[in-house]
Design a protein around this ligand. Structure first.
Ligand code: 6PG
Length: 485
């Protein structure tokens, strides 16, 4: 352990649970960094410094000592539980830091909290950066994908430090300044929403292969390994094969068969959907993934409903191309999930006044994070070709990819429906695509109904203006003031 007292560290970490410890070790392993560490309970700090003498940590047992051990501008990354714990550390550091110093919140904070905290801390002259960090424990240690918000000024000091610890793909570190105040945590939230959708789609693909083709988990693991060589290449596909290949040591059964089928969540998926609802952005793929976890977690409903059903459909007979159909349906649905996620980023940036570079976000998601995938390069290309493209589904590559898989996608969704296999992710993605692709939508009827019962007015296809039909009168049409709401 290095000597304490003197201001010798260029970066500090507060909160030394697994993510914090790993991030501190990652920082310490990069040339040029000297890392100060502090944890509320000093035992944890002692454990970390004893177990990792090679890191040369500058350890402190009080927050005052920790602050004194940092070179100016002082930079500290907080890795504590989101919520009240984070607020407590921020308020303590703010009183000890000086103008120009930087507090970084690296937890999974709600971006609205980050906006509030940034404003409060900025008033003291200290910089506050909310940074989304993805990649789990291993990513924190070996190279995560980092999504920092906060001021441009703070990023000048912080950027090189974060670049030194981020994952690197094709020589490019997986970190970029996302935008001011809460932009980083907003984009991390959307990352997690896409993560939910991606995981749900993969889970549906597994379920279909298991129930329709009757393959064993080990055989399906081989299918995923094969898929990982193509367009679907991604971390989540790779780990899916690992999970499916696992055998339970206690029973000798496939691991997947001994795991209770009730999915948990920590809340970032729910936040994504709540915010998308507020922004009016359809993120059905993400919402269905959140709801699928919720449905799974209600055994008190699943059991009685199952008991009330007398018969389930037979599994539909499928052709020999079914396995490849599922692959294509998975790819097309995944394109939809990412298109929806990026739509939410665009809408959020507009609402909160952030200038975001969509291509740069796709670039830093290529490595380190949970949704890292080959596929992200296609999104980088799409935004490079047309930065203001209306939807990723309008990009020539993605439009063609979806068109190529469309028949397979429809066969898979209809097979699932006929067989009684739930595919909320695949089906909602296909309906979303069909909604965008349809020339006319039944929204016209909804407008008619709204006008009938609430005089909410409507617009016509053949002339400008806002209209109302006198439904309870002579049913003639009148032109009204204002817009159709
Ligand atoms: C990451 C992960 C990480 C985490 C989430 C999701 O990017 O490293 O998204 O943040 O695993 O907490 O967890 P839930 O599935 O429990 O919501």
């Amino acid at each position: 352990m290095a000597e304490t007292g003197a201001a010798q560290a260029n970066i500090g970490v507060v909160g030394l649970a697994v993510m914090g410890s790993n991030l501190a070790r990652n920082l310490a392993s990069r040339a040029g960094n000297t890392v100060a560490v502090f944890n509320r309970s000093p035992e944890r700090t002692r454990l970390l410094t004893t177990e990792h003498p090679e890191a040369g940590f500058v350890a402190s047992e009080t927050i005052e000592e920790f602050v004194a051990s940092l070179q100016k501008p002082r930079t500290a990354i907080i890795m504590v539980q989101a919520g009240a714990g984070t607020d407590a550390v921020i308020s303590r550091l703010t009183t000890l830091f000086e103008p120009g110093d930087i507090i970084v919140d690296g937890g999974n904070a709600d971006f609205q909290d980050t906006i509030r905290r940034e404003k409060e801390v900025r008033a003291t002259g200290v910089n506050f950066v909310g940074a989304g960090i993805s990649g789990g424990e291993e990513g924190a240690l070996k190279g995560p994908s980092i999504m920092p918000g906060g001021s441009v000024e703070a990023y000048k000091t912080l950027g090189p430090i974060l670049e030194s610890i981020a994952a690197v793909v094709d020589g490019v570190p997986c970190v970029t300044h996302i935008g001011t105040d809460g932009a980083g945590h907003f984009v991390k939230m959307i990352h997690n929403g896409i993560e939910y959708a991606d995981m749900q789609l993969i889970a549906e693909a597994y379920d279909l292969l298991r129930k329709v083709t009757g393959h064993s988990p080990a055989a399906i693991a081989d299918v995923f390994t094969e898929w990982n060589e193509g367009d679907l290449e991604s971390y989540l596909i790779e780990i899916t094969a690992e999970v499916l290949r696992q055998v339970d040591a206690k029973t000798g059964l496939p691991f997947i068969d001994v795991v209770l089928d009730e999915a948990g969540s920590k809340g970032t998926g729910v936040w994504t959907v709540q915010n998308a609802l507020d922004l009016g952005v359809p993120v059905g793929g993400i919402a269905e993934a959140v709801f699928a976890r919720a449905v799974s977690s209600h055994p008190e409903q699943r059991v009685p409903v199952r008991a009330a059903i007398t018969a389930r459909p037979e599994i539909a007979v499928v052709g020999h191309t079914f396995q490849d159909d599922v692959r294509q349906a998975l790819y097309a649905s995944k394109v939809v999930a990412y298109a929806q996620g990026f739509d939410a980023i665009i809408a959020g940036a507009k609402k909160y006044g952030w200038t975001v570079d969509k291509g740069a976000i796709a670039t830093i998601w290529r490595g380190g994070c949970i949704i890292r995938a080959q596929f992200l390069n296609r999104i980088v290309d799409a935004y490079a070709n047309d930065p203001s493209i209306a939807s990723l589904l309008a990009d020539p590559y993605f439009a063609q990819a979806v068109a190529d898989g469309e028949s397979a996608w429809r066969r898979v969704v209809s097979t699932a429906a006929l067989s009684g296999i739930p595919v909320p992710g695949f089906a909602s993605a296909l309906s979303y695509f069909d909604s965008l692709a349809s020339e006319r939508l039944p929204a016209a009827l909804v407008q008619g109904q709204r006008d009938f019962f609430g005089a909410h007015t409507y617009k016509r296809v053949d002339m400008p203006g806002t209209f109302h039909t006198l439904w309870s009168g002579d049913r003639s049409e009148i032109e009204t003031e204002g817009s159709s709401l």
